[in-house]
Design a protein around this ligand. Sequence first.
Ligand code: CA
Length: 735
Amino acid sequence: MKAIGLAVLVIAIGVAPACTVTAPATVSLGEFEGRISRQVLVSTQDEYNSAARAAQPGDAIILASGVWRDFDLVLDAEGSESAPIHLLAEQPGQVVLSGQSSLRLGGQHLVVSGLVFKDGYTPLNEVISFRVDAERLAFNSRVTNTVIENYNNPDRVQRDTWVVMYGQNNEFDHNHLSGKLNSGPTMTVRLNSENSQNNNHHIHHNYFGPRPVFGSNGGETLRIGTSHYSLTRSGTLVENNFFDRCSGEVEIVSNKSGGNTYRGNTFYESRGTLTLRHGNGTLVEDNLFDGNGAPYTGGVRVINADQTIRNNLFRDLTGTRFSGALVVMNGVPDSPINRYHQVDGAAIVGNRFEQVSTIELGEGSDAERSAIPINSSFKNNIVIGSREVTPFNLYDDMSGIAFSENYTNLKPPAELSDGFVVLAQGDSVPLVTSSPDTFGVLKSETGVTWFPKPNAASPFEGGRTIEIGPGENQLFEAISTAAPGDEIVLKPGAYNEAKSIAVQMPVTVRAAEAGTVSLSFERRNLFLLSADGALKLSGLAVSGTSAPDNVGNSFIASTTRGGPGNHIVELHDMSFEDFEINRAFSIVTAAKGTFFDRVEVRNSSFRNVSGVPFKFDGETDDFGIYNVEYLIIADSTFENVRGSVASIYRGGRDESTFGPHAFITGSRFENIGAESAPLAVLHGAQNIKIENNQLVQSQPVRFVITTGIPKVAHAGNTDSNGEQVSALSTEDLRK
Ligand code: CA
C-alpha cells in the first residue's frame, strides 16, 4: 500500500488519549515507498511518542512540517529488513528541530530522513546518537538526507559530538554537517562495548562542511575509535564523502581502531591530515587531497602496523611537519597504547603527489620517538612539482622503507635515489596508478540537494551599503538593523555612542572619507562581539576620552553571552588616541572562552594607551587553548603605550594546533611598556614574524616556546638611528 490519500488512521495505545491523524496527501515517499505500508502524520511531541510506541514494521511516522522545539526525539523500535520502521519529514528540509533537540535510535532496521537541526544545541552528549542509552543500541539502521548546521553550545568549551555511531551495520549517508564551533569531534564511531565492535558501519556521500579553527585539541571532523579500543576491529567504510574546509585542528580524521577503509573521499582546503593515529590494517585509497594552496593543508599521517595508502591524489598541499602531504611517523619503542606505535608493514603504492610542499619521513624523531619505520614499501608513486626542491624530508634512518619504481621530476635525496626514475623536462609522466580519474568525489554528489552548501566569499561582502550622518547613537541604530555583510558609511562629522553595541554578524563601518569622522563612546566597551560577530573598521579617528573611569575598558571586546563564533576584526587607516582615562584600557580584548580567527591592523596609529592594546591572554589554564589564530600588525605606529602592544597566551604541550600566529611588520613603536614591559608577549605562539619595525624606547618582544617546533622570523628591526636591533628575546620551556 502506498500513499493513502485522504484516508484517516486512528491510533489508540493503552490509556493514552486516542489521537486522530490524517495521512498527508503530499508526502512523496521517494526511495522508501516500496517498503512502507502505513503512514502516520504527527504534529505534536505527544502524537509522535504515541506513534513511536505503537510502531510496526513497515510504518512511516511522518513529522509535520514546521519547527519542533526542545524535542527529545527517540525512536526505539524493531523494524525488519524487508519492512523497516521509518521516521520521515513531511517535506525534507521543512522539519526543523531547534532549541534543545536531539535524536536517539535504538533497535533494528530504522530509517530516518529529511530532518534539519539548527538554531539550538543538544543538551546531551550527542545530537544524533545510534543508541538510546548504554543498554539499547541501534543495528542495521540508517540516517540519511539530514542536516545539522551551526548547532553549537553557546559555551565553546562545552564538549559534545553531533553524530555518534554505536551498534553494528549502521549507515550514515547523504547528510550535511556544517559549522561546528564548540569542543568535540563533529562525528565519531564508538567501540566501547562488544556489540559496537566489528561494526561494519558505512559512512558515505556526506557533506562535511566548514569547521573553522577551534584553537585547541578537540576539533576533529571524524574520529573512529579511541586509543583504549584501538587494537579492536571497527571495519567502518568511509566512502565518497566531501570534507570542505574542515580545519578544526591537526587531525581532520582521527583513525583510532582497526580494519577501516577510507575510499574515494575528497578533502578540500582542509587543514591537517587524515591521521592513522591508532589501530592497524587501515586502507586509504582513491581519495583526493586538494589543498588548493591553502595554509597547513595536508594528506595522510601514518602510524602503526599494516597501513595501506594506495592510488590517492595529493595536490597543491602546503602543509609541513605533522601536516605534510604524506607523513610517516617514528614510533615509541614498546609504546603505551596512547602514544606512537611503530610503523610496520606500511604499503605506500601508486599515489600521485603534485605540487606538494613536503613528504615527511621519520617525523617526530626524538629521544622518545626513536622506532623507525620497518618492513614498509614506497613503490610506483609519482612525485612532481614545479619548484626546484624535492618535497622529501628525512628525519631519521629510512632503510626500513623500500623505495622502488617511483617517478619524479625533482632530484630526490641521495638516500632515496635508487628508488626513483628522475624525469627530464619534456618527459611524459608515466601512468602507474590503476585508475587516474577516480580520485575523490564531487561536492555536488554529497549531502542533500535542498540545503545550500556554504561558499567561500568574504564575510564582509554581499550586503547593502547604508549611509548615516553624525550625532548621538547613530552607529548603534544602524547596526541594530544591519544584516550580515552590510557596510555602514559615515558621512563627515562627530559621532558619539552612549550605548554599547552588540555585534553578532559581519559588519563594515567606514568613513566616507578617511580623516573626516571622529568617534567617541561612553561605555566600557563600544563593540561587544559574539556569535558570528566580525568588524571591519576603516578611516575613523577614535578617542577614548568619553569612556567611563573604569579599570580595564576595551574599545572592542568579545563575550560568551550570545553564542560562540570565530570572530574577525580588521582595522584599516584608523587612529586611536587618549585611551588612558583609567588603567588597563585596551583596543581589542578576548574574553576567556572566545576565539578570533584573525585580528588584522593596517596603516593605523595608536597614541596614549594605558593598557595592552591587543590582549589575547585570557586562557591561562595551560590546556593548549588560546584566543587568537592570527594577530597581524602591519605598517602602523604606536606611541606612549603603558602595557605591551600585544599579549597572546597559549599554555600546555598539546600538539593539535597550528597557531597562534603573530606577525608584526613595518611598524614604528615609541615609548612602549612602562616598567620595562616587552613590546609584545607571545607565550606559546607557533608562528611568529617580527620584521622591519622601528623600536624607540621599547623592549624586545618576549617569545616563550612551550611546545612543537615554532616557526620564527625576525629581521630588519632598527632603532631610531636606523641601527639593527634584536627585537626578540626567547625563552624555551620545552626541556
Ligand atoms: Ca585531536
